[in-house]
Design a protein around this ligand. Structure first.
Ligand SMILES: C[C@@](CO)(OP(=O)(O)O)[C@H](O)COP(=O)(O)OP(=O)(O)OC[C@H]1O[C@@H](n2ccc(N)nc2=O)[C@H](O)[C@@H]1O
Ligand SMILES: Nc1ncnc2c1ncn2[C@@H]1O[C@H](COP(=O)(O)OP(=O)(O)O)[C@@H](O)[C@H]1O
Length: 303
């Protein structure tokens, strides 16, 4: 049997970051929105655990047991006393180390694929527990749509979304390390009174009503100053998107991908063209949200 799962990227429409906790993590009010850029993970029985990856950025993806897809298989197998003998193939379309949760997406997808392949029949809440062990963003990749993540981002409450939003993502050269960006946030806020992170009622209402202009006015990312400090060239990308008519732009999560909200599909096309022409990013991608979470799209039986 072969099981294929499709899983979306995310953008953080609000990322409110509190002070560093004793365990090194930061409490968040993290409003996740899944966007229609997808990886697919295919799980096939094998003699041992093996990860392969295809796609233009495949060379940047680790293929050892640090890969989040491999870690997901190991975690599920351990819970059931199984050996994680599976071939996981990742077709990577989500930018790598770009603040779009591509690794987390592959973790959630592999978990769902292996659960189906091995017939382990995990409940939704068991799957979500394993996701949270794998990383703060992994539960959201399973759930998709839109959700508020509290704690370190792993405790989710699903949010209503009243319409489609049109995005442009400017993909930067190279990645940014998430711990390094949180570390820079700590350095920039040292000595300051960091407020408790809370979700913005205006932003939640804009999502609920599908109002792009209102959402644009409420977009906020507390990690943006840290990402800009580590990668000052992102300011030029943000300026190009604004001049090209985006309703608003911000750094996606820990970056360095920048995300621009557009009025409609046509406006998104012109913002993308302007970003590519400016030479301030490696490429630009258009995508809509919300998108469904990790979903089994194909099951092939051998017989
Ligand atoms: C910033 C965000 C926004 O959604 O995502 P990215 O933009 O990187 O995709 C997340 O908070 C990233 O989540 P994720 O990438 O799953 O992080 P984890 O593996 O759990 O943690 C990696 C490291 O990030 C830092 N970290 C992560 C989450 C959090 N709430 N506080 C933190 O300080 C810690 O240094 C931790 O060791
Ligand atoms: N399946 C995976 N896909 C991409 N990166 C992965 C994967 N598994 C582990 N990683 C590691 O996670 C790091 C962060 O990648 P990614 O999840 O794409 O970005 P971000 O955390 O910025 O959203 C990469 O640099 C890579 O070393």
């Amino acid at each position: 049997m072969t099981v294929t799962v499709r899983v979306p990227a995310k953008v953080n429409v609000q990322l409110a970051v509190g002070g560093a906790r004793a365990d090194g993590f930061h409490d968040l009010a993290n409003v996740f929105l899944a966007v229609g850029l997808y990886d697919t993970v295919t799980a096939t029985p094998a003699d041992s655990l093996r990860v392969t990856c295809s796609g233009p950025d495949a060379g940047q993806v680790p293929l050892d047991r640090t890969n989040l897809a491999a870690r997901a298989a190991v975690a599920l197998a351990a819970r059931h006393g199984l050996s994680p003998d599976v071939h996981l193939h990742i077709e990577k379309d989500i930018p790598v180390a770009g603040g779009m949760a591509g690794g987390s997406a592959d973790g959630a997808a592999a978990l769902l694929a292996c659960d189906r392949l091995w017939g382990t029949g995990s409940s939704r809440s068991e799957l979500l527990d394993i996701c949270a062990e794998l990383g703060s963003d992994v539960p959201f990749s399973l759930v998709g749509g839109a959700a508020l993540g509290t704690g370190r981002g792993e405790k989710l409450s699903v949010l209503e979304v009243g319409g489609a939003f049109h995005w442009v993502f400017a993909v930067a050269d190279g990645g940014l390390s998430t711990p390094a960006v949180y570390g820079e946030f700590d350095r920039l806020t040292a000595g300051a009174d960091v407020p408790l992170p809370v979700a913005s009622p205006v932003l939640l209402e804009a999502l609920r009503t599908g109002d792009a202009a209102a959402l644009a006015g409420a977009l906020v990312n507390d990690l943006q100053p840290a990402a800009l400090s580590l990668r000052p060239s992102l300011a030029a990308t943000l300026a190009v998107g604004a001049e090209a008519g985006a309703l608003a732009g911000l750094v996606s999560g820990s970056g360095p991908t920048t995300a621009f909200l557009a009025k409609d599909a046509e406006a998104a096309g012109s913002v993308a063209a302007a970003l590519v022409a400016s030479g301030t990013c490696r490429t630009a991608r258009v995508a809509q949200s919300p998108a469904a979470g990790a979903t089994v799209v194909d099951v092939l039986s051998r017989d």
